[in-house]
Design a protein around this ligand. Structure first.
Ligand SMILES: [Zn+2]
Ligand SMILES: [Zn+2]
Length: 354
């Protein structure tokens, strides 16, 4: 069953400081009990890695980033419960789920107490390891594709699962107005996931290129919040009713305040994007909650069921991802990939080790 030996080496990219990347050659590990070695086919650059590279998050060095990735099974350790074969195409859910904490036992394994439970040794590279030729993961983190999928789309299982988590928690009814605030990759994935809901999809986004992309992805109407009054525009697009569900896919406190003001009776506002810095305050009139029974909530990562759903949706092409694939770089050009990812005209930028 084993193919990997310690004599072979592989390359991985380590972000060691702001705008600093080094490339390590390390021994290919043998998977231990319950572990699977994945050969990475493609990994996407997400906000977290971009913040680490830019020097905004200084807490994660030295990081082997890449939490959105997919590849093939290279070696299987003893005691892996799931049926896997060498060469199987798989996506990896980097999030750890302990199975024992209160949240896990309630079925909320996306907000596991021990999700960040990695033991980090000072100075030693750590991380999800998509920016690498191989990644060693636990069997429960592996999701097998039931049929072959293009490698870049396969790597988007993680962000799609996060978006499906949000849309499944707060599902609009047919004919409802659903608003997505922000047409970055996460907002656009919301549009893709909402397409089959029967809701009237409105996207609010100041950038004209991104608004056009939102329409291409299936938005029925767009708002430019820098020139139009957001609350009035939402009313206009909903026959005066307001938004039944609003997904705030940008970390902007005023957008959350506006979304609460533009909510329909019993409307839900979901804070999908995190807001930096922590401790940021918003101001809303509490009477909106009393008089209109509006709910202000949020969404965090994905649970195991969302991941299954994402893998199934990608394999069966029920969610369109192709317009979001911007460009792909070899591993040794990770720095150029970060530069491309920082441009406003890109959505998802990928690393493909081979
Ligand atoms: Zn991500
Ligand atoms: Zn847990």
């Amino acid at each position: 069953m084993m193919m990997a030996t310690a004599t072979r080496t592989y390359r991985r990219a380590v972000i060691t400081g702001p705008r600093q990347i080094t490339f390590d050659e390390v021994g290919v590990p043998e998977p231990g009990h319950g572990q699977v070695l994945v050969r990475v086919a493609a990994a996407a650059l997400c906000t977290w890695e971009q913040r680490v590279f830019a020097g905004i998050d200084t807490w994660s060095y030295p990081l082997v980033g890449g939490h959105e990735f997919a590849g093939t099974v290279e070696a299987i350790g003893p005691g892996v419960a799931q049926r896997l074969a060498l060469g199987d195409q798989v996506a990896v859910a980097g999030l750890r789920r302990c199975g024992e904490c209160w949240a896990c036992r309630r079925g909320y394994d996306n907000i596991c107490d021990n999700a960040a439970g990695v033991t980090r040794e000072p100075g030693k590279p750590w991380g999800p390891s998509g920016f690498s030729e191989y990644a060693l993961v636990d069997g429960y983190q592996i999701y097998r594709y039931p049929k072959p999928v293009p490698p870049l789309e396969a790597a988007l299982a993680e962000p799609l699962a996060c978006v499906l988590h949000d849309v499944k928690r707060f599902t609009p009814r047919r004919g409802d107005t659903a608003v997505v605030i922000g047409a970055g990759i996460m907002g656009l994935l919301h549009v893709a996931a909402l397409r089959s809901s029967g809701a009237f999809i409105v996207v609010s986004e100041p950038d004209s290129v991104r608004r056009a992309k939102a329409v291409e992805m299936g938005a029925h109407a767009v708002i430019n919040p820098s020139t139009e009054d957001y609350v009035e525009s939402v009313k206009l697009h909903s026959e005066g009713v307001g938004a039944s569900v609003t997904y705030v896919a940008i970390g902007a406190p005023p957008a959350i305040e506006d979304a609460v003001r533009a909510a329909a009776k019993r409307g839900v506002v979901s804070v999908y994007a995190s807001v930096h810095p922590r401790g940021t305050q918003i101001q809303v009139d509490p009477n909106i909650f009393h008089h209109k029974e509006v709910i202000l909530s949020g969404s965090m990562a994905q649970d195991h069921e969302d991941f299954l759903d994402a893998v199934w949706s990608i394999a069966n092409r029920t969610v369109e991802l192709e317009p979001l694939l911007s460009c792909v770089y070899p591993l040794h050009e990770l720095e150029q990939a970060f530069e491309a990812a920082a441009r406003p005209d890109t959505y998802r930028v990928f690393i493909a080790p081979e």
